[in-house]
Design a protein around this ligand. Structure first.
Ligand SMILES: *Cc1c(COP(=O)(O)O)cnc(C)c1O
Length: 365
């Protein structure tokens, strides 16, 4: 990556995240002439055969990479995951008045707050009781028999809490905000009624959410749901109720092709896990740095940490930026530091971060 003054700049930001250099080079070419059409990918009409081919290819790549069967629709919808905090209850309540939620951080709290406008929310697991040190025990997350669905956040990226596996919801539809996890770890789609993920963490550009929804939870479009927010309507028109988020959809295709070229999800997930282990090992062997999350609940992609002296946080951020590493500021609601290690983060970025941290500790610890 060429960066400021010729230095390599890497981003540990929480989204948008880094993209592979090879993908950026392809995008640069496609911005001027996409697929030999003589048009920019930003100019191409939404029904042009070259872009329709992209829609089809991306859906088939998602299905293949994540193991999504024909029992599910795969949708590519405008707006981010936060829109689905409302769309989920709007679409899935289907006459029921209660739904179950697991609270593991800021994103799940936002989902809960929005759901309360439409449904009685029952909290079946709450990481706040441990000060967000660990996720609730999977076996304790039993949904009520009257609940419309059970919603959880696979990785709640602000606090860096990640479930080690999927909860078991029995007959109750299981719904997952997998924004920080999809394409970065194995996710058992078949255990879910609905999985959604904003694209800007592991799949490219902001402005689009990938939704994988089981056919059985969709009915007929509801009179009270705006059509653009109706999963059934969007499934009927194959995510093209309105002009679709063409650029983000196209970019997801480029990212997926890059993922395939590296060997697919198994290889990528192993790389993500190894990178996170390298950083956690550095945090754990030091008395200067601290991870607030217990082993077994630690995120592979979003890793908050602190130094022993909060007054050094600003110095750490300034010096890391001067060394070409941006985005290490912790979320404003928790402070401290945070490293986003998403699917396209290069190994060299993590090695460089740990080397910087070691040197910083030597000088200030
Ligand atoms: C980043 C993130 C979001 C935010 O998504 P938007 O696209 O900004 O709405 C939601 N949920 C999780 C788990 C995230 O990590």
């Amino acid at each position: 990556m060429s960066g400021r003054a010729g230095m390599a700049t890497v981003s540990f930001g929480a989204g948008p995240t880094m993209l592979p250099r090879i993908v950026l080079d392809q995008v640069r070419a496609d911005l001027l002439d996409f697929a030999g059409t003589g048009l920019s990918v930003l100019e191409i009409p939404q029904s042009h055969p070259a872009v329709v081919a992209v829609y089809e290819q991306v859906e088939s790549d998602v299905r293949e990479m994540l193991g999504v069967t024909d029992e599910y629709h795969v949708l590519f919808l405008h707006a981010g995951a936060s829109t689905h905090f409302a769309m989920v209850p709007l679409n899935l309540l289907r006459g029921r008045s209660v739904s179950d939620y697991v609270h593991t951080g800021l994103w799940s709290r936002k989902a809960i707050e929005q759901a309360r406008a439409y449904t009685k929310v029952r909290i079946v697991g709450d990481a706040a009781t441990t000060g967000f040190a660990r996720v609730p025990h999977l076996g304790g997350l039993a949904p009520g028999t009257d609940s419309a669905y059970l919603h959880y956040t696979y990785c709640d990226s602000v606090r860096g809490l990640e479930f080690p596996a999927e909860p078991c919801a029995g007959e109750t539809p299981l719904v997952c905000d997998a924004t920080a996890s999809l394409f970065a770890r194995p996710v058992a789609i078949e255990r879910h009624a609905l999985v959604y993920a904003s694209a800007q963490k592991n799949l490219g550009a902001t402005g689009m959410t990938l939704v994988i929804v089981h056919r059985s939870v969709l009915g007929s479009p509801s009179a009270s749901v705006p059509l653009a927010l109706d999963y059934t309507r969007q499934a009927e028109c194959r995510s093209r109720f309105t002009t679709p988020p063409i650029f983000a959809w196209y970019l997801a295709g480029r990212v997926l092709a890059w993922m395939r070229s590296l060997g697919g999800l198994g290889v990528l997930a192993d790389q993500v896990l190894e990178r996170s282990k390298h950083l956690y090992a550095a945090l754990d062997r030091s008395d200067f740095y601290h991870s607030p999350v217990e082993d077994g609940s630690r995120s592979r992609t979003s890793i908050p940490f602190t130094t022993s002296d909060p007054a050094l946080t600003g110095t750490f951020i300034d010096e890391s930026e001067a060394a070409g590493m941006v985005g290490l500021t912790g979320h404003s609601s928790v402070g401290g530091l945070r490293a986003g290690l998403f699917t396209a983060t290069p190994d060299s970025a993590v090695l460089g971060l740990v080397a910087f941290m070691t040197d910083f500790e030597r000088r200030y610890g």
